[in-house]
Design a protein around this ligand. Sequence first.
Ligand SMILES: *Cc1c(COP(=O)(O)O)cnc(C)c1O
Length: 453
Amino acid sequence: MTLVDTPATTTPGGPALAQERRLVTAIPGPRSQELIARKAQAVAAGVGHTLPISVVAAGGGVVVDADGNSLIDLGSGIAVTGVGNSAPRVVDAVAAQLNAFTHTCFTVSPYEGYVAVAEKLNELTPGDHEKRSALFNSGAEAVENAIKIARHYTKKQAVVAFDHAYHGRTNLTMGLTAKNIPYKSGFGPFAPEVYRAPLSYPFRDGGLDGREAAARAILQIEKQVGVENLAAIIIEPIQGEGGFIVPATGFLAALVEWANKNGVVFIADEVQTGFARTGAWFASEHEGIVPDVIVTAKGIAGGLPLSAVTGRAEIMDSAMAGGLGGTYAGSPLACAAALATIETYEQDGLVERAKEIGSVLIGRLNALRTADPRIGDVRGRGAMVAIELVDPATGAPDAALTNAVAKFAHEQGVILLTCGTYGNVIRFLPPLTISDELLIEGLGVIAEGLKQA
Ligand SMILES: *Cc1c(COP(=O)(O)O)cnc(C)c1O
Protein backbone atom coordinates (compact mmCIF):
# COMPACT_ATOMS: atom_id res chain seq x y z
CA MET A 1 0.00 0.00 0.00
CA THR A 2 2.49 2.55 -1.18
CA LEU A 3 1.89 6.14 -2.04
CA VAL A 4 2.51 6.81 -5.71
CA ASP A 5 2.55 10.35 -7.00
CA THR A 6 1.89 9.71 -10.69
CA PRO A 7 -0.37 10.13 -12.47
CA ALA A 8 -1.82 13.04 -10.55
CA THR A 9 -5.55 13.29 -10.93
CA THR A 10 -7.51 16.21 -9.64
CA THR A 11 -11.10 16.32 -8.58
CA PRO A 12 -12.68 19.65 -9.49
CA GLY A 13 -11.84 22.10 -6.73
CA GLY A 14 -10.18 19.34 -4.72
CA PRO A 15 -6.72 17.97 -4.08
CA ALA A 16 -5.08 15.22 -6.14
CA LEU A 17 -6.36 11.81 -5.12
CA ALA A 18 -3.61 9.80 -3.45
CA GLN A 19 -2.80 6.91 -5.77
CA GLU A 20 -2.80 4.22 -3.12
CA ARG A 21 -4.70 1.23 -1.81
CA ARG A 22 -5.83 2.25 1.65
CA LEU A 23 -8.17 0.31 3.90
CA VAL A 24 -9.37 2.17 6.98
CA THR A 25 -12.42 -0.05 7.64
CA ALA A 26 -13.53 -3.49 6.58
CA ILE A 27 -15.19 -3.48 3.13
CA PRO A 28 -17.99 -2.51 3.31
CA GLY A 29 -17.49 0.08 6.04
CA PRO A 30 -20.39 1.55 8.03
CA ARG A 31 -21.24 4.37 5.59
CA SER A 32 -21.18 2.00 2.64
CA GLN A 33 -23.40 -0.44 4.52
CA GLU A 34 -25.85 2.37 5.16
CA LEU A 35 -26.11 3.16 1.45
CA ILE A 36 -26.48 -0.49 0.49
CA ALA A 37 -29.34 -0.82 3.01
CA ARG A 38 -31.05 2.25 1.49
CA LYS A 39 -30.46 0.81 -1.99
CA ALA A 40 -32.28 -2.40 -1.05
CA GLN A 41 -35.32 -0.35 0.00
CA ALA A 42 -35.31 2.09 -2.93
CA VAL A 43 -33.74 0.48 -5.99
CA ALA A 44 -35.15 -2.47 -7.92
CA ALA A 45 -33.47 -5.73 -6.94
CA GLY A 46 -32.63 -6.51 -10.57
CA VAL A 47 -30.13 -3.64 -10.50
CA GLY A 48 -27.31 -5.52 -8.81
CA HIS A 49 -23.86 -4.43 -7.63
CA THR A 50 -20.45 -6.10 -7.70
CA LEU A 51 -19.00 -4.33 -4.65
CA PRO A 52 -21.11 -3.11 -1.70
CA ILE A 53 -19.48 0.32 -1.47
CA SER A 54 -20.59 3.94 -1.62
CA VAL A 55 -18.31 5.82 -4.04
CA VAL A 56 -17.44 9.46 -3.36
CA ALA A 57 -14.45 10.06 -5.65
CA ALA A 58 -12.34 8.33 -8.29
CA GLY A 59 -9.37 9.12 -10.51
CA GLY A 60 -6.09 7.79 -11.86
CA GLY A 61 -6.22 4.17 -10.75
CA VAL A 62 -8.30 4.41 -7.58
CA VAL A 63 -11.91 4.60 -6.37
CA VAL A 64 -12.55 6.13 -2.93
CA ASP A 65 -15.54 5.19 -0.77
CA ALA A 66 -17.53 7.11 1.85
CA ASP A 67 -15.59 5.44 4.68
CA GLY A 68 -12.28 6.72 3.34
CA ASN A 69 -11.14 3.44 1.80
CA SER A 70 -9.17 3.79 -1.44
CA LEU A 71 -9.56 0.82 -3.79
CA ILE A 72 -7.42 -0.15 -6.77
CA ASP A 73 -9.59 0.07 -9.90
CA LEU A 74 -9.11 -2.91 -12.22
CA GLY A 75 -12.50 -2.46 -13.88
CA SER A 76 -12.83 1.13 -15.17
CA GLY A 77 -16.60 0.95 -14.59
CA ILE A 78 -16.60 -1.88 -17.17
CA ALA A 79 -14.07 -0.51 -19.66
CA VAL A 80 -15.48 3.03 -19.66
CA THR A 81 -12.96 5.29 -17.95
CA GLY A 82 -9.98 4.52 -20.17
CA VAL A 83 -8.80 8.12 -19.67
CA GLY A 84 -9.44 7.83 -15.92
CA ASN A 85 -12.28 9.24 -13.87
CA SER A 86 -12.83 13.00 -13.98
CA ALA A 87 -9.99 13.29 -16.50
CA PRO A 88 -8.95 16.97 -16.43
CA ARG A 89 -9.62 17.70 -20.13
CA VAL A 90 -13.03 16.03 -19.88
CA VAL A 91 -13.97 17.98 -16.75
CA ASP A 92 -13.00 21.29 -18.37
CA ALA A 93 -14.75 20.58 -21.68
CA VAL A 94 -17.98 19.44 -20.03
CA ALA A 95 -17.97 22.41 -17.62
CA ALA A 96 -17.61 24.82 -20.54
CA GLN A 97 -20.41 23.09 -22.45
CA LEU A 98 -22.65 23.11 -19.35
CA ASN A 99 -22.28 26.87 -19.21
CA ALA A 100 -22.98 27.34 -22.93
CA PHE A 101 -26.06 25.12 -23.39
CA THR A 102 -27.14 21.70 -22.17
CA HIS A 103 -29.61 20.48 -24.78
CA THR A 104 -31.34 21.44 -27.99
CA CYS A 105 -31.94 17.97 -29.47
CA PHE A 106 -29.55 17.54 -32.39
CA THR A 107 -32.38 16.53 -34.73
CA VAL A 108 -34.20 19.79 -33.93
CA SER A 109 -31.30 22.24 -34.01
CA PRO A 110 -27.79 20.91 -34.62
CA TYR A 111 -24.56 21.93 -32.90
CA GLU A 112 -20.90 21.53 -33.76
CA GLY A 113 -19.84 19.03 -31.07
CA TYR A 114 -21.93 16.23 -32.58
CA VAL A 115 -20.55 16.85 -36.08
CA ALA A 116 -16.99 17.03 -34.75
CA VAL A 117 -17.39 13.67 -32.96
CA ALA A 118 -18.76 12.11 -36.16
CA GLU A 119 -15.80 13.49 -38.14
CA LYS A 120 -13.36 12.11 -35.56
CA LEU A 121 -15.00 8.66 -35.59
CA ASN A 122 -14.97 8.56 -39.39
CA GLU A 123 -11.27 9.38 -39.32
CA LEU A 124 -10.20 6.99 -36.51
CA THR A 125 -12.16 3.83 -37.36
CA PRO A 126 -10.58 1.25 -39.69
CA GLY A 127 -10.77 1.77 -43.47
CA ASP A 128 -10.23 4.83 -45.65
CA HIS A 129 -13.58 4.60 -47.46
CA GLU A 130 -16.17 7.36 -47.12
CA LYS A 131 -18.00 7.05 -43.79
CA ARG A 132 -20.89 8.50 -41.84
CA SER A 133 -21.66 8.28 -38.13
CA ALA A 134 -24.78 8.56 -35.98
CA LEU A 135 -24.67 9.07 -32.21
CA PHE A 136 -26.78 7.51 -29.46
CA ASN A 137 -26.74 7.14 -25.66
CA SER A 138 -25.86 3.54 -24.81
CA GLY A 139 -24.11 0.59 -26.36
CA ALA A 140 -27.34 -1.36 -26.70
CA GLU A 141 -29.06 1.56 -28.41
CA ALA A 142 -26.22 1.83 -30.92
CA VAL A 143 -26.31 -1.94 -31.61
CA GLU A 144 -30.07 -1.69 -32.24
CA ASN A 145 -29.47 1.16 -34.68
CA ALA A 146 -26.65 -0.64 -36.50
CA ILE A 147 -29.10 -3.47 -37.17
CA LYS A 148 -31.90 -1.12 -38.18
CA ILE A 149 -29.53 0.47 -40.70
CA ALA A 150 -28.23 -2.88 -42.04
CA ARG A 151 -31.80 -4.11 -42.56
CA HIS A 152 -32.85 -0.92 -44.29
CA TYR A 153 -29.80 -1.02 -46.57
CA THR A 154 -29.96 -4.71 -47.53
CA LYS A 155 -33.79 -4.98 -47.51
CA LYS A 156 -33.21 -8.27 -45.67
CA GLN A 157 -34.16 -9.19 -42.11
CA ALA A 158 -32.09 -12.00 -40.58
CA VAL A 159 -29.22 -11.23 -38.24
CA VAL A 160 -26.55 -13.64 -37.01
CA ALA A 161 -24.83 -13.27 -33.65
CA PHE A 162 -22.32 -15.68 -32.15
CA ASP A 163 -21.98 -18.05 -29.22
CA HIS A 164 -20.91 -16.25 -26.01
CA ALA A 165 -21.96 -12.88 -27.49
CA TYR A 166 -22.98 -9.91 -25.38
CA HIS A 167 -24.70 -6.99 -27.09
CA GLY A 168 -26.88 -5.41 -24.38
CA ARG A 169 -30.10 -5.57 -22.38
CA THR A 170 -32.80 -4.06 -24.64
CA ASN A 171 -35.16 -6.46 -26.36
CA LEU A 172 -33.28 -6.87 -29.64
CA THR A 173 -29.88 -6.91 -27.93
CA MET A 174 -31.05 -9.45 -25.32
CA GLY A 175 -31.95 -11.65 -28.25
CA LEU A 176 -28.46 -11.17 -29.71
CA THR A 177 -26.83 -11.89 -26.34
CA ALA A 178 -26.04 -15.55 -25.69
CA LYS A 179 -26.01 -16.00 -21.92
CA ASN A 180 -29.35 -16.86 -20.29
CA ILE A 181 -28.87 -15.96 -16.61
CA PRO A 182 -28.90 -13.13 -15.69
CA TYR A 183 -29.45 -11.39 -19.02
CA LYS A 184 -32.41 -13.18 -20.61
CA SER A 185 -34.19 -15.61 -18.33
CA GLY A 186 -37.88 -14.69 -18.01
CA PHE A 187 -37.52 -11.51 -20.12
CA GLY A 188 -38.75 -12.94 -23.42
CA PRO A 189 -40.20 -13.20 -25.97
CA PHE A 190 -37.23 -11.93 -27.93
CA ALA A 191 -37.14 -10.25 -31.33
CA PRO A 192 -37.51 -12.59 -34.31
CA GLU A 193 -34.98 -13.25 -37.10
CA VAL A 194 -31.98 -13.55 -34.80
CA TYR A 195 -29.79 -16.63 -35.33
CA ARG A 196 -26.66 -17.87 -33.59
CA ALA A 197 -23.43 -19.24 -35.08
CA PRO A 198 -20.45 -20.99 -33.47
CA LEU A 199 -17.45 -18.90 -32.48
CA SER A 200 -13.73 -19.49 -32.60
CA TYR A 201 -12.78 -20.16 -28.95
CA PRO A 202 -9.20 -21.49 -29.08
CA PHE A 203 -9.12 -22.70 -25.45
CA ARG A 204 -12.30 -24.76 -25.86
CA ASP A 205 -12.85 -25.69 -29.51
CA GLY A 206 -10.36 -28.49 -29.93
CA GLY A 207 -7.67 -26.59 -31.80
CA LEU A 208 -9.65 -25.38 -34.82
CA ASP A 209 -7.65 -22.69 -36.57
CA GLY A 210 -9.29 -19.41 -37.57
CA ARG A 211 -10.17 -20.48 -41.13
CA GLU A 212 -11.62 -23.80 -39.96
CA ALA A 213 -13.73 -22.14 -37.27
CA ALA A 214 -14.97 -19.60 -39.82
CA ALA A 215 -15.84 -22.35 -42.31
CA ARG A 216 -17.86 -24.12 -39.61
CA ALA A 217 -19.78 -20.90 -38.81
CA ILE A 218 -20.33 -20.04 -42.48
CA LEU A 219 -21.65 -23.51 -43.34
CA GLN A 220 -24.13 -23.30 -40.48
CA ILE A 221 -25.27 -19.81 -41.53
CA GLU A 222 -25.68 -20.84 -45.18
CA LYS A 223 -27.65 -23.97 -44.29
CA GLN A 224 -29.76 -22.63 -41.43
CA VAL A 225 -30.36 -18.99 -42.42
CA GLY A 226 -29.40 -18.42 -46.08
CA VAL A 227 -27.54 -15.38 -47.41
CA GLU A 228 -30.62 -14.29 -49.37
CA ASN A 229 -32.30 -13.63 -45.99
CA LEU A 230 -29.29 -12.34 -44.08
CA ALA A 231 -28.92 -8.60 -43.46
CA ALA A 232 -25.95 -8.64 -41.10
CA ILE A 233 -23.60 -10.58 -38.90
CA ILE A 234 -22.58 -8.90 -35.68
CA ILE A 235 -19.55 -9.89 -33.61
CA GLU A 236 -17.27 -8.52 -30.91
CA PRO A 237 -13.66 -8.73 -32.21
CA ILE A 238 -12.75 -9.90 -28.70
CA GLN A 239 -15.76 -11.04 -26.75
CA GLY A 240 -16.20 -9.09 -23.54
CA GLU A 241 -18.91 -10.28 -21.17
CA GLY A 242 -18.74 -13.75 -22.76
CA GLY A 243 -15.23 -14.35 -21.42
CA PHE A 244 -12.61 -12.18 -23.17
CA ILE A 245 -12.42 -14.73 -25.95
CA VAL A 246 -9.83 -13.85 -28.60
CA PRO A 247 -10.76 -15.74 -31.77
CA ALA A 248 -8.03 -17.63 -33.62
CA THR A 249 -6.12 -15.58 -36.21
CA GLY A 250 -7.94 -15.46 -39.52
CA PHE A 251 -11.42 -16.15 -38.12
CA LEU A 252 -12.64 -12.55 -38.36
CA ALA A 253 -10.95 -11.94 -41.72
CA ALA A 254 -12.65 -15.00 -43.23
CA LEU A 255 -16.04 -13.83 -41.98
CA VAL A 256 -15.51 -10.32 -43.38
CA GLU A 257 -14.46 -11.73 -46.75
CA TRP A 258 -17.52 -13.99 -46.86
CA ALA A 259 -19.88 -11.18 -45.78
CA ASN A 260 -18.49 -8.82 -48.44
CA LYS A 261 -18.91 -11.46 -51.14
CA ASN A 262 -22.51 -12.21 -50.16
CA GLY A 263 -24.08 -8.80 -49.62
CA VAL A 264 -24.14 -9.21 -45.84
CA VAL A 265 -23.26 -6.21 -43.64
CA PHE A 266 -20.40 -7.04 -41.25
CA ILE A 267 -20.93 -5.21 -37.95
CA ALA A 268 -18.10 -5.10 -35.40
CA ASP A 269 -19.39 -4.46 -31.89
CA GLU A 270 -16.40 -2.61 -30.45
CA VAL A 271 -18.34 -1.25 -27.49
CA GLN A 272 -15.92 -2.88 -25.03
CA THR A 273 -12.80 -3.28 -27.22
CA GLY A 274 -12.81 0.23 -28.68
CA PHE A 275 -10.85 3.35 -27.91
CA ALA A 276 -7.26 2.34 -27.12
CA ARG A 277 -8.31 -0.45 -24.73
CA THR A 278 -6.61 -3.28 -26.65
CA GLY A 279 -3.46 -1.35 -27.58
CA ALA A 280 -4.94 -0.14 -30.86
CA TRP A 281 -7.68 2.41 -31.45
CA PHE A 282 -9.97 -0.50 -32.33
CA ALA A 283 -9.49 -4.25 -31.89
CA SER A 284 -10.41 -4.86 -35.55
CA GLU A 285 -6.98 -3.47 -36.41
CA HIS A 286 -5.18 -6.42 -34.79
CA GLU A 287 -6.77 -8.73 -37.36
CA GLY A 288 -6.45 -6.27 -40.23
CA ILE A 289 -10.20 -6.25 -40.86
CA VAL A 290 -12.31 -3.36 -42.10
CA PRO A 291 -15.87 -3.74 -40.78
CA ASP A 292 -18.72 -2.29 -42.84
CA VAL A 293 -20.20 -0.87 -39.65
CA ILE A 294 -18.58 -0.41 -36.25
CA VAL A 295 -20.41 0.19 -32.99
CA THR A 296 -18.68 2.09 -30.17
CA ALA A 297 -19.63 3.29 -26.70
CA LYS A 298 -18.00 2.60 -23.29
CA GLY A 299 -14.53 4.16 -23.67
CA ILE A 300 -15.73 6.96 -25.96
CA ALA A 301 -16.51 9.81 -23.57
CA GLY A 302 -14.70 9.43 -20.24
CA GLY A 303 -17.84 8.21 -18.46
CA LEU A 304 -20.53 10.38 -20.03
CA PRO A 305 -23.23 8.41 -21.82
CA LEU A 306 -22.51 8.31 -25.54
CA SER A 307 -22.45 5.66 -28.25
CA ALA A 308 -22.01 5.65 -32.00
CA VAL A 309 -22.58 3.75 -35.21
CA THR A 310 -19.96 4.44 -37.88
CA GLY A 311 -20.02 2.84 -41.29
CA ARG A 312 -19.74 2.95 -45.05
CA ALA A 313 -21.51 6.07 -46.36
CA GLU A 314 -23.79 4.11 -48.71
CA ILE A 315 -24.99 1.90 -45.85
CA MET A 316 -25.37 4.66 -43.27
CA ASP A 317 -27.12 7.04 -45.69
CA SER A 318 -29.74 4.48 -46.70
CA ALA A 319 -32.15 5.27 -43.85
CA MET A 320 -34.57 8.14 -44.50
CA ALA A 321 -34.22 11.46 -42.64
CA GLY A 322 -35.97 11.11 -39.30
CA GLY A 323 -35.38 7.35 -39.23
CA LEU A 324 -32.44 7.66 -36.84
CA GLY A 325 -32.07 9.75 -33.72
CA GLY A 326 -33.42 10.15 -30.21
CA THR A 327 -34.15 13.00 -27.82
CA TYR A 328 -30.82 12.85 -26.00
CA ALA A 329 -28.78 11.03 -28.68
CA GLY A 330 -25.42 12.77 -29.06
CA SER A 331 -26.04 15.15 -26.16
CA PRO A 332 -23.83 18.26 -26.31
CA LEU A 333 -22.33 17.40 -22.92
CA ALA A 334 -21.42 13.87 -24.01
CA CYS A 335 -20.00 15.16 -27.30
CA ALA A 336 -17.82 17.69 -25.50
CA ALA A 337 -16.63 14.86 -23.26
CA ALA A 338 -15.91 12.60 -26.24
CA LEU A 339 -13.79 15.20 -28.03
CA ALA A 340 -11.78 15.80 -24.83
CA THR A 341 -11.50 12.06 -24.24
CA ILE A 342 -10.20 11.36 -27.75
CA GLU A 343 -7.74 14.24 -27.38
CA THR A 344 -6.56 12.68 -24.11
CA TYR A 345 -5.99 9.25 -25.70
CA GLU A 346 -4.00 11.01 -28.43
CA GLN A 347 -2.02 13.54 -26.38
CA ASP A 348 -1.20 11.23 -23.48
CA GLY A 349 -0.11 8.29 -25.64
CA LEU A 350 -2.73 5.98 -24.14
CA VAL A 351 -2.77 3.51 -27.04
CA GLU A 352 0.89 2.84 -26.22
CA ARG A 353 0.11 2.82 -22.51
CA ALA A 354 -2.53 0.11 -23.08
CA LYS A 355 0.19 -2.06 -24.67
CA GLU A 356 2.51 -1.53 -21.70
CA ILE A 357 -0.27 -2.42 -19.26
CA GLY A 358 -0.89 -5.51 -21.37
CA SER A 359 2.70 -6.69 -21.10
CA VAL A 360 2.67 -6.23 -17.32
CA LEU A 361 -0.61 -8.16 -17.07
CA ILE A 362 0.27 -10.97 -19.47
CA GLY A 363 3.80 -11.37 -18.06
CA ARG A 364 2.70 -11.63 -14.44
CA LEU A 365 -0.39 -13.73 -15.12
CA ASN A 366 1.60 -16.20 -17.22
CA ALA A 367 4.10 -16.51 -14.36
CA LEU A 368 1.21 -17.28 -12.01
CA ARG A 369 -0.16 -19.80 -14.47
CA THR A 370 3.12 -21.71 -14.64
CA ALA A 371 2.86 -22.34 -10.91
CA ASP A 372 -0.90 -22.84 -10.74
CA PRO A 373 -2.65 -25.25 -13.15
CA ARG A 374 -6.07 -23.90 -12.07
CA ILE A 375 -5.30 -20.99 -14.40
CA GLY A 376 -6.21 -22.75 -17.63
CA ASP A 377 -5.69 -19.82 -19.97
CA VAL A 378 -4.25 -16.29 -20.01
CA ARG A 379 -5.49 -14.24 -22.95
CA GLY A 380 -6.34 -10.81 -24.25
CA ARG A 381 -4.78 -7.80 -25.91
CA GLY A 382 -3.49 -4.58 -24.40
CA ALA A 383 -5.33 -3.57 -21.25
CA MET A 384 -8.09 -6.13 -21.89
CA VAL A 385 -6.77 -9.35 -20.38
CA ALA A 386 -8.33 -12.30 -18.59
CA ILE A 387 -7.60 -15.60 -16.89
CA GLU A 388 -9.89 -18.60 -17.23
CA LEU A 389 -10.05 -20.73 -14.08
CA VAL A 390 -10.60 -24.48 -14.41
CA ASP A 391 -10.40 -27.82 -12.67
CA PRO A 392 -6.87 -28.84 -13.68
CA ALA A 393 -7.85 -32.51 -14.01
CA THR A 394 -10.79 -32.07 -16.38
CA GLY A 395 -10.60 -28.51 -17.72
CA ALA A 396 -14.12 -27.94 -16.39
CA PRO A 397 -14.90 -24.28 -15.63
CA ASP A 398 -14.44 -23.37 -11.95
CA ALA A 399 -16.91 -20.58 -11.17
CA ALA A 400 -16.66 -21.17 -7.41
CA LEU A 401 -12.90 -20.49 -7.40
CA THR A 402 -13.47 -17.43 -9.61
CA ASN A 403 -16.03 -16.01 -7.19
CA ALA A 404 -13.81 -16.76 -4.20
CA VAL A 405 -10.87 -14.88 -5.73
CA ALA A 406 -13.07 -11.92 -6.68
CA LYS A 407 -14.57 -11.78 -3.17
CA PHE A 408 -11.09 -11.86 -1.62
CA ALA A 409 -9.96 -9.03 -3.92
CA HIS A 410 -12.99 -6.91 -3.05
CA GLU A 411 -12.40 -7.35 0.70
CA GLN A 412 -8.75 -6.40 0.17
CA GLY A 413 -9.60 -3.20 -1.70
CA VAL A 414 -9.30 -4.24 -5.33
CA ILE A 415 -12.17 -3.73 -7.77
CA LEU A 416 -12.12 -6.88 -9.86
CA LEU A 417 -14.69 -8.08 -12.41
CA THR A 418 -15.55 -11.59 -13.50
CA CYS A 419 -17.22 -12.66 -16.75
CA GLY A 420 -17.73 -15.63 -19.06
CA THR A 421 -20.61 -17.83 -20.11
CA TYR A 422 -19.44 -20.29 -17.44
CA GLY A 423 -18.69 -17.57 -14.86
CA ASN A 424 -15.07 -18.71 -14.59
CA VAL A 425 -13.17 -15.78 -16.08
CA ILE A 426 -11.47 -12.95 -14.18
CA ARG A 427 -11.07 -9.91 -16.39
CA PHE A 428 -8.63 -7.05 -16.07
CA LEU A 429 -9.77 -3.68 -17.45
CA PRO A 430 -7.75 -1.06 -15.57
CA PRO A 431 -7.99 2.61 -16.48
CA LEU A 432 -5.09 3.46 -18.79
CA THR A 433 -4.09 6.10 -16.22
CA ILE A 434 -3.24 3.50 -13.57
CA SER A 435 0.40 3.41 -12.40
CA ASP A 436 2.47 0.23 -12.75
CA GLU A 437 2.85 0.19 -8.96
CA LEU A 438 -0.91 0.04 -8.35
CA LEU A 439 -1.43 -2.49 -11.13
CA ILE A 440 1.26 -4.79 -9.73
CA GLU A 441 -0.08 -4.37 -6.20
CA GLY A 442 -3.55 -5.32 -7.45
CA LEU A 443 -2.15 -8.41 -9.18
CA GLY A 444 -0.40 -9.34 -5.95
CA VAL A 445 -3.76 -9.32 -4.15
CA ILE A 446 -5.20 -11.64 -6.80
CA ALA A 447 -2.21 -14.00 -6.45
CA GLU A 448 -2.81 -14.07 -2.70
CA GLY A 449 -6.53 -14.72 -3.31
CA LEU A 450 -5.67 -17.70 -5.52
CA LYS A 451 -3.31 -19.03 -2.85
CA GLN A 452 -5.94 -18.79 -0.12
CA ALA A 453 -8.84 -20.18 -2.17
C1 LIG B 1 -21.49 -3.20 -22.63
C2 LIG B 1 -21.67 -3.72 -23.99
C3 LIG B 1 -22.82 -3.45 -24.75
C4 LIG B 1 -23.99 -2.70 -24.18
O1 LIG B 1 -23.66 -1.38 -23.85
P1 LIG B 1 -24.62 -0.57 -22.83
O2 LIG B 1 -24.04 0.81 -22.85
O3 LIG B 1 -24.50 -1.25 -21.52
O4 LIG B 1 -25.99 -0.64 -23.40
C5 LIG B 1 -22.88 -3.92 -26.04
N1 LIG B 1 -21.87 -4.62 -26.58
C6 LIG B 1 -20.75 -4.90 -25.89
C7 LIG B 1 -19.66 -5.65 -26.55
C8 LIG B 1 -20.61 -4.47 -24.57
O5 LIG B 1 -19.51 -4.77 -23.87
